[in-house]
Ligand binder design. Sequence first.
Ligand code: SME
Length: 161
Amino acid sequence: MAEELLIPVNADRKAVYNALFPQIKALIADESDLIANLSNITAALKEAFGFFWVGFYLVKEGQLVLGPFQGPIACTRIPFHKGVCGASYTRKETIVVPDVEAFPGHIACSSASKSEIVLPVFHRNGTVAMVLDVDSDELDDFSAADSEGLEQIIKLIERKL
Ligand code: SME
């Protein structure tokens, strides 16, 4: 396993995702432990993009429970019907929120979080295994480059579930 990530400087986000994808693929290729892989993925995303918060909420005990993350401490349990994470779980789709204050039911783990993107990660049988939540301290920070880039990374996780 490589010991450090190679991140292009002064590159746009799409270029960074393109550079990151094969490195994440290699990083998790020979490791079967889910928590170890999710941990490294959050670290890689945090390091590559400097996002305010990056983490997984795992489906456990009928709710979403905090898993590996990078960033400030966060809410530990989210009911399926609450917040952007709950909406992504329930609708089974990626949700981009340009302004969290305008999203009804948004859960503010930190007042510094201004926009976010949440993506579901699926088991082979189509049920949601977890969600990936990425928060930014800037308004309107996420675009198609993020949803496409993160969806590719999620596919790597899904193959190992
Ligand atoms: N904002 C999320 C909750 C998780 S934290 O932001 C880390 C939500 O509304 O689901």
